[in-house]
Design a protein around this ligand. Sequence first.
Ligand SMILES: Nc1nc2c(ncn2[C@@H]2O[C@H](COP(=O)(O)OP(=O)(O)OP(=O)(O)O)[C@@H](O)[C@H]2O)c(=O)[nH]1
Length: 677
Amino acid sequence: MLIQRFLQLPMFSTTRALARLALSLLLMVSLLPSAWAEPAEGVVAVPETTVSLRLNWFHQFEFAGYYAALEKGFFAEEGLNVHILERDPETAVVDDVVSGFVDFGVADSSLIVARMNGKPVVMVTPIFQHSPMVLISLAENNILGPADLAGKTLMYQLDQDDAVIAATLNEVGLGPKDIISVPHSFDDWALLNSDIVAMSAYISNQPYLYREKNIEINIIDPANYGIDFYGDSLFTSERMINTHPNVVSAFQRATIRGWGYALEHPDEIIDLILRKYQPEKTREQLVYEAKSIRRMIQPDLLDVGLINRHRFDRIADIYRERGRIPAEADLTGFFADDYLVPADVHSVFLHWIVPLAIISMAVLALMFVINQRLQRIVYQKTHDANEAREKAERYLAILDRHTCVMRVDSELKVQYISIAFCELTGYESHQLLGKPHTFLMDESNNGLKIRQLLEATSAGKNWQGEIYLKQKNGGQLVMDVFVEPVQDGKGKVLGYNAVYLDMTQKKNAELLSITDTLTNLYNRNKIDALLVKESKLVNRGSPVFSIILLDIDHFKLINDQYGHLMGDQVLREIARCLKHNIRETDYVGRWGGEEFMVICANTSLMGAEALAEMLRAKMEQAEFPEHIHATSSFGVAEYFPGESIDSLIKRADEGLYWAKNSGRNCVRTRPCHVGSA
Ligand SMILES: Nc1nc2c(ncn2[C@@H]2O[C@H](COP(=O)(O)OP(=O)(O)OP(=O)(O)O)[C@@H](O)[C@H]2O)c(=O)[nH]1
């Protein structure tokens, strides 16, 4: 599923094709074990190739391994349908194989002679590590050793037995001319039926035949004279191994397996021989032969089929010394292993190297595909990152030009300041970098507010508020500032980022809308709004407030006598006097013409009357230009919860009217209660 998803990702068509190739290879690999596994024990595959094997004698235990391989299905498991043919006395086994009449043959070390004399035979595997061939003679002939054969008639197989016999005779100084040789008649009883004195025989069976009949024989064993040749070996032709190496290899494996089985289960194979191959033999004969054969093969010491090329060289030397092979001939091309991949190597190759190679190719292909994909991803990510960085840089440049930003370090010294901020304050950035953040603060800032700012940010909290900055040219800026601490992973404050919004123009516009331009006090609109606000507070439970309405006495005369400009001046002086003598929480504004109103927050009638009296006295004592003497009359009223603003003003106005009528320059309060207005 993962791989499928991977393939569904967008990629170049070549990489997709490679991925599919890799998957195909992996699929092949996943199928390999079943295709190449050895057939399971006991499982018989359908025979595919029919081959024949020519024995070098008649059916007996000497060929037990081949019978076992056939009977137990070892040949069949290798895909071989094998016909086992007995020795034909009319033909030579080597000739049968070389001519292609049969595919495989059994022969002893005489194969070397055949090969070195130009016959294209190939040793597939030796079976008998030692030759069972001996010379036997009737005991009555008193042949005790090879030397006793001088001048005697000896029967043996030409081209097959003569090397062993000649080598043995040679050991005692006898040459070919010192004996009389006759061809082998293949008659086990030739010692009795002919004039020969001695004959070649297999120690594995023929001496037993004579002893079974209580006929005393003597045995000359070449091994006792240092002649130790290989015995029965499986061989084939060069043509066969070149055209069907797999068949030869399969035959070799099945044969070795069959011999292993036969040596482990001799009784079973003896039964088989008696049942299928040689009913004339007796069990005892075969048992005797089986034991002899075991000594020839030596399975307890050596693996069946073990080959020692030096021994073959030694055998070749002996043949060469006897003049049976050309002096320059060698054993090149004689050994099947030189043509075949050894079974174990073959197996390893099939089972491990090929799958591993395919897996490696698949992995490499996948890695290539993944690498391509990763390269594309990396390229895309890098491209995206560059684009994002460029975009961010563009945005930052815009922000830098249009936004007032300042960064200070943990010691509150300026680390960075935007171009826009510099332009607004009128400073160059180098004039601000490294300076304390207070450098730009205007003295008019509320000290409490600045403390709150520092407390909040040093505690790692954000802060937002309005502060005043001073410009290089002395101007004042009203700024909305948002301050955010910069912290490390453990919460330690490393500095602060502050974003400023210039509110100066807005503030000025707002101020203008609520200010009386002549006196700089609040105008009538603002006073109206403040009255509404204060009345709402009282109606929600806050303490009462009171108002003072005052009117300059005979102001018309001042205008008339000193002119309007001087009148304006008097108005400004009175405004200043009012502003300086009220509380911070009080409001004062120009109510109209020469009338002013003071809103006394949190103040009862009594307090307001006292303030009015104080203001009256201050004005009376005030010195105006041109020694003008100006007084004012005051009307005072306290707001009652639920009362309308108009009612409140009317009561104050009535107080003022009463003060005017009382001779002016005095304070009056209309003596009435709520509801009587
Ligand atoms: N210079 C100047 N005079 C103003 C302004 N507003 C109103 N006045 C003058 O204030 C005078 C008010 O006169 P009146 O209403 O008769 O009152 P008064 O002369 O003060 O007399 P009483 O109030 O009765 O004491 C008028 O002459 C107005 O022209 C102003 O902004 N500047």
